[in-house]
Design a protein around this ligand. Structure first.
Ligand SMILES: [Zn+2]
Length: 281
């Protein structure tokens, strides 16, 4: 009987011991899985929070940059507006200068707005471009107008009637005399073509340049000229050197401007040259 009962209890022990042994293992495993999942969840949440913070920071930065861009755009518009204002002022002065020089027809022609550019409003950039183009056209006309002095030095004798230094009689002086150091470079006062040069008893060694718009300039008493007949010269190009040739009482340049064949007072053009230099600074 004893043997029988002990064998029954051993079988019962076998039957119950396996699940009981498995239970803590499974529980431990599941707990571990849950802990791992919770840990991952915690880590993900941490990452999400950090990313959200980064997004907020980036949004703030973007807003800051946008406001900086807006500020810069505002400043750019202000600068552009100022530049347009300045250019418009210069353009007005330029037109005034050209009218003073009898170039009103070019002012009228170049001042017109080109086809297709009309309209009540133009953006500042467009206005600036248009004004710049117009200024460029004005300057192109002015390149062919004799402006400024042909050389450094002071004016010793003006245009008009004066006492002739040789005959001591009243005589008409068709140009101005500029006294400067012997050998001083003498420059063309406008773009043009050398149409005559040589030696005359009165003018000495001289160069005559024909320009557009009806102008001719004459440079007399040179010690030397370095251009040829028919040569194209640019405004400011050296054409010869100051001398004392011909009917001259000392080293100087006799400078004349002729407009459609008649001598005119170069002083106005010398002053205009100064004004233009100021305008294009
Ligand atoms: Zn003279």
């Amino acid at each position: 009987m004893r043997t029988e009962s002990s064998s029954v209890s051993t079988e019962r022990g076998k039957l119950f011991s396996w699940p009981w042994l498995l239970f803590p293992v499974v529980t431990a495993f599941l707990t571990a899985v849950v802990i791992i999942l919770l840990w991952h969840n915690y880590q993900l949440n941490k990452k999400i929070v950090s990313l959200e913070q980064q997004i907020i920071a980036l949004e703030l930065r973007e807003r800051e940059l946008q406001s900086q861009i807006d500020q810069l755009e505002k400043e750019k518009q202000e600068l552009l507006q100022n530049a347009v204002g300045l250019l418009r002022q210069k353009s007005t002065l330029m037109r005034k200068l050209m009218r003073e020089l009898g170039l009103s027809r070019y002012v009228r022609r170049l001042g017109k707005v080109t086809k297709g550019q009309g309209g009540p409003y133009l953006a500042p950039t467009e206005q600036y471009k248009l004004l710049l183009e117009r200024m460029d056209k004005y300057l192109k006309v002015m390149k062919h107008v004799p402006l400024g002095k042909p050389c450094r030095g002071y004016i010793s004798s003006y245009y008009g009637f004066r006492k002739d230094p040789f005959t001591k009689k009243r005589a008409f002086h068709a140009g101005i005399d500029i006294v400067g150091p012997y050998g001083e470079p003498v420059r063309a006062t406008a773009d043009g073509i050398v149409y005559r040069l040589g030696y005359q008893r009165g003018l000495g060694r001289y160069v005559k340049i024909r320009h557009k718009h009806g102008y001719i300039t004459v440079y007399g008493h040179l010690c030397k000229y370095i251009v040829r007949r028919g040569e194209r010269v640019k405004q400011g190009q050296i054409i010869g050197y100051l001398g004392n040739t011909g009917r001259s009482t000392g080293p100087h340049v006799h400078y004349e401007i002729r407009y459609w064949g008649r001598p005119i007072n170069p002083l106005k053009y010398i002053r205009a040259g100064r004004k233009l230099a100021h305008l294009t600074q």
